[in-house]
Design a protein around this ligand. Structure first.
Ligand SMILES: Nc1nc2c(c(=O)[nH]1)N[C@H]1C(S)=C(S)[C@@H](COP(=O)(O)OP(=O)(O)OC[C@H]3O[C@@H](n4cnc5c(=O)[nH]c(N)nc54)[C@H](O)[C@@H]3O)O[C@H]1N2
Ligand SMILES: Nc1nc2c(c(=O)[nH]1)N[C@H]1C(S)=C(S)[C@@H](COP(=O)(O)OP(=O)(O)OC[C@H]3O[C@@H](n4cnc5c(=O)[nH]c(N)nc54)[C@H](O)[C@@H]3O)O[C@H]1N2
Ligand code: SF4
Ligand SMILES: [Mo]
Length: 746
């Protein structure tokens, strides 16, 4: 450690969103003096957004918990770690002993995906709980995309991303990367990469019910009625089929199955048929089909607006069908598959074929909904708690479902009735206020970082490791140690986290040594374990994955290959080059083909056809994001929330007039499940019949410890979203297109 007063410069990947920007931090004595974009970062080249520069404020936030809290007589009080563990053992262990494991639930929130500890150890500790009551933010987000990918390509991790830096034509549906910086498409400086498409003569088209900043930057904005993208996409695909333009291309033709079935199944979705329901003219639909077919290269990219709707899986499937039938899947400038340095399900095992993707190994108790990816939909959590014999104990890790999942009021009430709840979280917020024990993780600057997830969704293959900036405070365990200890307590495993880590590592090495596709196949596991000395914890696991990954040194098999040591010596990251074609080797379907017409999706098409004639609600609610906000949990940083209020209800001028509300008024917004009073912003940036409210707000509830956020409280849009509304294929919540009424408040 440097002496008093000495400033030092360190480099670090931002852990806040999927863009994974490189940051340059100037720090002194446990304090951050300045953060700016790292100009030498191999991927982000100096780009930074306003959130990336507040890691110092988050670290120093007096409301950030630095010691565990235990509820005593209705109040959460600071206690020592030893005391907290005693209460967890008694409370959680006791609840499981009394009620059984199936009445213990787990909810994993979004920051898990940005954090090495849970990414490497969730499987271990969650499995030790031996409960099927598992939930996560996936089912209020990207789950439909993963399900569609699972059925088409055989693996839910096989998500095609637009090859942003080389494409000539980008069709964006339901994403606003100018605010979100991109999702399932890791691209630091997404704005710059978008402008570059147009700069090189390409074209960008945005399909969105709102004229977003991204739509403003595009060549064309196509206003669509919320929830109808699947119809639009089906009509574009059908148009290509009937005009004889549908062709996967020379590179892919032999690896595609189901073209004929697809053509028959989409026959009912003519451009004229879907036009009124989507609000997109038949001429526009036909033109988009021609443009996509004729562009030298093109990529179709769908995000939140296409997944968090009643046809989320169908729309996600059709996005990739469109990429295939325009000949753009798996080729430069099209939609491609990254090859992450740590490998994954599509790099291991037999090449080009697999077991396919299965769901439904268990069913939720109340609605009998099938498990997908080992989880039930987050929208079912309340009902699974409320019934007799329901969930009695809960562990949340890095999640705030009261603000992020539908019908937050019902869920909050259900949480209040639990026997015991543990939250691993740095804040006492709308969700964790229900916890009997809150276990705080180290700050984002006290832990190491590597993007295990987002390198799998990245527009360029790169690898970048960041060591902790600051040492953890005395007594503060690392997050993986917290998680493994919870698993051990509930699982009745009498082992320290370090010993569990040893066992998990040993198991992983043994399985690799027995896997014919691994570079260490046939080697002595003991030799590999020794070669990883003296590393422990996430670093040791990461080194193992890197060295056995597609660019790895294979523990000597490929001298000069990637290791964690090589990344430690490269603080600005290692560039592994542009995306490369990966078909057909990455397929894991049973057929060994890209399945264009999965049975489950075809069987559901009559429901989509019925949407054509369904009554149209006069006013529906959609969500939006703002660059200075990040889901629910960064509103306690003053520099991000000051200024113009951001939690406003955007209303089209015509709708404002017919509802009798004016700009700046308070309006009562009501849905089937609840109501909120929000400040009105009249703007023609939303289409007629659509109102928009951001999520993640509503911090003025009793018992939260968020001094700043409380002042800029806003309202919780998930008091309006409806837990009964879901995509029936994936169980994903419908967060866009909620029927609402708007009236002057009071
Ligand atoms: N600044 C900031 N960045 C973030 C986040 C954040 O909260 N703030 N959150 C991060 C997370 S967790 C995620 S998943 C990503 C999400 O990243 P994006 O997917 O880019 O998310 P949004 O900005 O919500 O954009 C969704 C868009 O869909 C539109 N929309 C709504 N309904 C429909 C519809 O039916 N059809 C179509 N075509 N469009 C529709 C909305 O108007 C909105 O413009 O952002 C990440 N980045
Ligand atoms: N209406 C509507 N609802 C939405 C959305 C929408 O567009 N509209 N978007 C959805 C999407 S895409 C997502 S991803 C979800 C997010 O849903 P959640 O993941 O449930 O919610 P977040 O707001 O991300 O809450 C993150 C929690 O993690 C804590 N945290 C932050 N960093 C760490 C860490 O390093 N370790 C630990 N242990 N905890 C940490 C924070 O304090 C906070 O409590 O919201 C969804 N909800
Ligand atoms: S765009 Fe995302 S990764 Fe980059 S600085 Fe902002 S929050 Fe961090
Ligand atoms: Mo998300």
């Amino acid at each position: 450690m440097s002496g008093v007063g000495e400033a030092r410069t360190v480099y670090r990947t931002c852990p806040l969103c999927e863009a994974t920007c490189g940051l340059e931090l100037t720090v002194r004595d446990g304090e951050v003096l300045r953060i700016r974009g790292d100009r030498d970062d191999v991927f982000s080249r100096g780009f930074i957004c306003p959130k990336g520069s507040v890691l110092g404020q988050l670290h120093a936030d007096p409301d950030r918990l630095r010691a565990p809290l235990v509820r005593r007589y209705g109040r959460q009080e600071e206690v020592s770690w030893d005391e907290a563990w005693r209460v967890v053992a008694e409370g959680l262990g006791g609840a499981v002993a009394r009620h059984g494991r199936e009445r213990l639930a787990v909810y994993l929130g979004n920051p898990n995906a940005h954090n090495l500890s849970p990414l490497l150890y969730n499987r271990t500790w969650v499995r030790a709980l031996r409960t099927r009551q598992r939930y996560s933010a996936s089912s209020v987000d990207q789950l439909p995309k993963q399900l569609a990918s699972g059925w088409m390509f055989g693996s839910p991790t096989a998500v095609a991303v637009p090859d942003l830096d080389r494409t000539d034509y980008l069709l964006i549906l339901g994403a606003n990367p100018m605010a979100s910086n991109g999702s399932l498409c890791t691209a630091p400086d997404f704005p710059g990469r978008l402008r570059a498409i147009r700069g090189r003569g390409g074209r960008v088209v945005v399909v969105d019910p709102a004229r977003t900043r991204t739509a403003d930057e595009a060549d064309e904005w196509v206003a669509i009625r919320p929830g109808t993208d699947a119809l639009l996409l089906a009509a574009i695909v059908r148009e290509l089929v009937v005009t004889g333009r549908a062709d996967p291309g020379d590179h892919l033709r032999a690896h595609v199955s189901g073209m004929d079935d697809l053509a028959v199944a989409l026959a009912p979705f003519g451009a004229d048929t879907v036009s009124a329901a989507t609000g997109v003219s038949a001429a526009t639909i036909r033109r988009l089909a021609v443009e996509l077919a004729e562009a030298p290269s093109a990529a179709v990219y769908g995000r939140m607006g296409t997944t968090t709707v009643a046809f989320g899986t169908t729309a996600s499937w059709l996005v990739d069908v469109l990429n295939v039938v325009t000949g753009n899947l798996d080729r430069a400038g099209g939609a491609m598959f990254p090859l992450p340095a740590t490998g994954g399900p599509t790099t291991r095992g037999e090449s080009g074929r697999g077991e396919g993707f299965r769901t439904g190994r268990s069913r939720s108790v109340v609605r009998g909904f099938p498990e997908i990816l080992g989880e039930y939909p987050a929208a079912l959590m309340a009902e699974e708690i409320e019934h007799d014999g329901g969930v009695r104990a809960l562990v949340t890790v890095a999640g705030n479902p009261v603000l992020s999942t539908p019908n937050g009021a019902r869920l909050s009430a259900a949480f209040g009735r639990l026997d015991f709840m543990v939250s691993v979280d740095p804040y006492l917020n709308e969700t964790t206020r229900h916890a009997d024990v809150i276990l705080p993780p180290p700050s984002h600057l006290e832990r190491s970082h590597y993007d295990l997830v987002f390198t799998g969704f990245s527009v360029r293959n790169t690898a970048n490791y960041s060591p902790p900036v600051f040492e953890r405070a005395e007594g503060q365990p690392d997050e993986w140690e917290i998680l493994l200890r919870i698993g051990a307590i509930v699982g009745g495993i009498d082992m320290e986290p370090s010993a569990i880590d040893d066992a998990v590592l040993r198991g992983a090495v043994e399985s690799m040594c027995g896997d014919a596709s691994s570079p260490v196949h046939g080697r002595d596991p003991g030799e590999i374990v020794s070669a990883l000395e003296p590393r422990r914890g996430p670093e040791r696991m990461l080194d193992l994955l890197l060295r056995t990954g597609p660019y790895g040194d294979g523990f000597g098999a490929s001298p000069g290959g990637l290791t964690l040591a090589a990344l430690e010596a490269a603080p600005h990251g290692v560039d592994l080059g542009p995306l490369q074609p990966r078909m057909p080797g990455m397929l894991r379907t049973q057929s060994g083909t890209i399945e264009l017409a999965p049975q489950q999706l075809l069987a559901d098409l009559p429901r989509l056809r019925a949407l054509v004639d369904a009554p149209v609600p006069p006013l529906v609610l959609v969500g939006r994001r703002h660059l200075r906000s990040n889901n629910s949990w960064m509103h306690n940083v003053a520099s991000l929330v000051r200024g113009r209020p951001r939690c406003t209800l955007q209303v089209h001028p015509d709708d404002a007039a017919s509802c009798g509300v004016r700009d700046g008024d308070s309006a009562r917004v009501a849905s089937r499940v609840g109501e909120v009073v929000a400040r009105v912003e009249v703007t023609d940036a939303v289409s007629r019949g659509v109102v928009s409210l951001p999520h993640g707000w509503g911090h003025d509830v009793d018992g939260v410890r968020l001094g700043v956020a409380r002042e800029f409280a806003g309202v919780n849009s998930n008091l309006l979203t409806d837990e009964e509304q879901m995509d029936p294929l994936s169980g994903n919540a419908v967060l866009n297109g909620i029927p609402v009424t708007v009236a002057p408040a009071g």
